[in-house]
Design a protein around this ligand. Structure first.
Ligand SMILES: Nc1ncnc2c1ncn2[C@@H]1O[C@H](COP(=O)(O)OP(=O)(O)OP(=O)(O)O)[C@@H](O)[C@H]1O
Length: 738
């Protein structure tokens, strides 16, 4: 129930808002002063003192940047408790000069009632107020009274503020929803950090929004733990990351690693997708076994005895000698490259013995110094190196995988039980680029191979030692400089890096394959393959995960039908939450999309749309060769309604170039293409690119073609049809279609 708002109430809130901004300015100015003080500190001092000062300066700079980020919509809510106390809720917490709270950070427990209190469960709250602002001005107040008797529980909170957010024009970038989070979403956002939580919800139910706000909540609540280990957010594609990348900074969080599934193996930024059938093979758990066998097949004794020459002495090496060394190395159970050390030293020891025996039999006298020298001769002998390398070559994951794909005969010996067609799917050129589905295979191979012995090993060890020293120094500096609680030793140590750019925990994590994160958030998780889950499991051994997705939107032919199956490679112990309200798609569009999906046999979770659209979905019938013209006309008609906001044309991949040309001929630079065109007013893309995104208006071209283009084409069509926040047009080939 809303109470009328008097002008004096508006004035009062305006005064309070001025007070808050005044305080924000003061805190910023204070940080600025501190920064200057640190910068002006004596230039001399030890190197350690200088780098400590630099680190402190950077911390103040970050703080100032963070305070700037929260300038927009600083405060958005107010709670009135049954005792008559007022609590203001905003993006960050602020206190006055006497440390009395002026504004509560939305993530603190005392703020949760803002999102969760209802008439039936008021949680000690009498009234909730949503404040809408523009710049530093209050534009609107919306009140809900919670203690009135006989009130039905209302499904939505802050309805006007919510509707204003939902009908706002889209910009091509996702916005935060911190002012209008709904109760069912808030429960998920604040759920326990531990364990694996899966959030299932139909299109537009706020899964992505919830996942990102949860990341911000966890970082705030478990700052110490997560700031040093990092938090990883995994999205399906580059386009998706671009779409969400501003949300966390707008919530004041910058220390998060965002990665697409193609970017999870440091050093490889895979963008190309394999054909669906190939991706399905590469994603299946059977690849683990294949890689294991591939590595084992690189540990082989020669079939015949081999001759090696040491100076003028011929040594005949029996396969058994090599085999025994291999066995010993395998028994160590270390990864291939690390176990190779055992292999080499054990083979060299046996060869030395054989050589010594042979020389002694020939009448030579050999003492222990001679033995050592002979061993060195063997180690540096070209013949011996070839022999040992042939039996056990150091390998990189990249080489192993390229060999596997480019050598069909080897692949065939490793996969005797595979049908030839399946093997053929893996074959390709040695220099073909790695694809998104190769990434977990490279990672799995890296796990089996271990670190190749390189020059960098020693320097990495030294870097780790230096880091430890930096953290100890930082702890000391924090105690000395009296800034306890303001900065963690880890963050301060980040600033001590003596050369090169400063790296945050997040940045270091992104470049280090062996990094383990404190928490991983996975969006569009229905798309992940068992091999990708295995990779993520290695990145978070404590198994603290937030997994959001919609099983019905899965596009892979091998996609699982339940979450239990989908994430089996990660765990079988998880809690399932559901989101049931569709915030994006107006009811008419959602109903159409759901009907089409169900008619084509897709099992979907129906959700409840919170609003109707002014515009009914439009259907146009046009077959080749007039499809492009029909599309231009449809876009023209849509722009006659509104040219503001974004419009996406989603078509079968094969038709995208031609449709892009036709639209460009008419609308020129207003038209963008695929991922790189997301900021354009009109963007043409295939259904996969549109995954997770949304637009004011969507034109779906040839829905039947989208269905026919791939094994789970219906899912792709369902995704395409549910991207619109306002208007949907379908261009179909025949009148009886749909
Ligand atoms: N509580 C809320 N307040 C304001 N806007 C919201 C709220 N919840 C969701 N939205 C908006 O609804 C839209 C859909 O949200 P989101 O993209 O997170 O859905 P999704 O479940 O991930 O969708 P899909 O599965 O289709 O990708 C977004 O514009 C989001 O900002």
């Amino acid at each position: 129930m809303s109470e009328p708002t008097s002008a004096s109430e508006l004035d009062r809130e305006q005064d309070y808002l001025f007070l808050l901004y005044g305080r924000l300015d003061a805190v910023k100015a204070e940080a600025q002063r501190e920064l200057e003080k640190v910068r002006m500190g004596t230039a001399g001092g030890t190197h350690q003192a200088r780098s400590e000062r630099d680190a402190m300066a950077r911390i103040y700079e970050d703080r100032i940047a963070q305070l700037r980020e929260v300038n927009d919509r600083l405060a958005f809510g107010r709670l009135e408790t049954t005792e008559g106390d007022l609590r203001y809720i905003g993006r960050i917490g602020l206190r006055d000069a006497d440390l009395q709270p002026l504004l509560l950070d939305w993530r603190v427990p005392q703020a949760s009632a803002f999102y969760q209190a209802t008439a039936a469960h008021p949680l000690g709250i009498r009234a909730r107020r949503h404040l809408s602002t523009q710049g530093r001005s209050i534009t609107r107040i919306e009140d809900e009274v919670l203690d009135a008797t006989g009130l039905d529980d209302r499904p939505l909170t802050g309805e006007s503020a919510l509707m204003a957010a939902l009908t706002a024009q889209r910009t091509g970038r996702m916005q935060d929803i911190v002012g209008t989070i709904q109760a069912e979403q808030d429960r998920i956002i604040r759920s326990d950090l531990r364990g694996v939580m899966v959030v299932q919800g139909g299109p537009g139910t706020g899964k992505t929004a919830v996942a990102l706000h949860r990341a911000a909540y966890l970082l705030y609540t478990f700052r110490e733990r997560l700031a040093s280990s990092g938090l990883l957010v995994v999205g399906p594609s580059r386009s998706f990351l671009q779409y969400i990348e501003q949300v966390l900074p707008s919530l004041g969080e910058t220390g998060v690693v965002l990665s697409s599934v193609g970017g999870l193996y440091p050093g490889v930024d895979a963008r190309a997708d394999d054909a669906p059938e190939t991706a399905a093979v590469k994603g299946s758990a059977r690849m683990t076994d294949l890689l294991r066998r591939a590595v084992a097949s690189r540990q082989v004794a020669p079939a015949e005895p081999q001759s090696v020459w040491i100076d003028n002495e011929r040594l005949e090496v029996h396969p058994g000698l090599i085999q025994r060394a291999i066995q010993k190395a395998q028994d160590s159970r270390k990864p291939h490259n690390e176990a190779r050390n055992t292999f080499v030293s054990s083979a060299l020891a046996a060869l030395t013995n054989q050589l010594v025996d042979q020389l002694r039999e020939g009448g030579d006298t050999i003492d222990s110094d001679d033995v050592r020298m002979l061993r060195e001769d063997l180690r540096s002998s070209h013949d011996v190196r070839v022999l040992l390398n042939t039996a056990w070559l150091p390998l990189t994951p990249e080489k192993l995988l390229r060999d596997l794909y480019a050598r069909p005969q080897w692949l065939a010996t490793l996969t005797p039980s595979w049908p030839a067609e399946r093997r053929a799917l893996l074959e390709r050129d040695r220099d073909a680029e790695f694809t998104v589905s190769d990434v977990p295979l490279l990672d799995e191979a890296a796990e089996l191979l271990g670190e190749a012995p390189t020059q960098t090993d020693a320097s990495e060890k030294e870097a780790r030692r230096q880091r430890k020293r930096d953290i100890e120094n930082a702890e000391q500096a924090i105690a000395n400089m009296d800034v306890e609680g303001m900065v963690s030793a880890e963050a301060l140590a980040d600033g001590f890096a003596e050369s090169g750019p400063r790296l945050t925990a997040a940045e270091r994590a992104a470049t280090d394959r062996s990094w383990t994160y404190g928490h991983i958030v996975v969006d569009e998780a229905q798309e992940l393959t068992p091999m990708q889950w295995r990779l993520l499991r290695r990145r978070a051994p404590l198994r603290s995960f937030t997994i959001v997705g919609d099983i019905a939107q899965a596009s892979s032919s091998s996609a699982a039908g339940t979450w239990g199956e989908a994430i089996r490679a990660l765990t079988d112990d998880f809690r399932l939450e559901e989101l049931t309200v569709n915030y994006r798609t107006p009811a008419q569009i959602a109903e159409l999309a759901e009907r089409i999906a169900e008619e084509h046999g897709l099992r979907i979770t129906r959700s409840r749309s919170v609003r109707e659209s002014e515009w009914a979905p439009v259907r146009i019938v046009a077959a080749a060769p007039v499809v492009a013209q029909a599309l231009v006309d449809a876009v023209e008609a849509d722009r006659a309604i509104s040219t503001a906001g974004t419009l996406a044309v989603i078509a079968p991949d094969a038709d995208v170039p031609e449709l892009h040309r036709a639209l460009s001929a008419r609308f020129g630079p207003l038209v963008g293409l695929g991922v790189d065109g997301l900021q354009a007013a009109i963007t043409v893309m295939g259904p996969r690119t549109s995954k997770g995104l949304e637009f004011d208006s969507v034109v779906v071209v040839d829905p039947d073609g989208i269905i026919g283009a791939e094994p789970r084409g219906v899912s792709s069509l369902y995704v395409a049809l549910t991207r619109a926040t306002q208007r949907l047009t379908m261009i179909t080939r025949t009148a009886d279609m749909f």
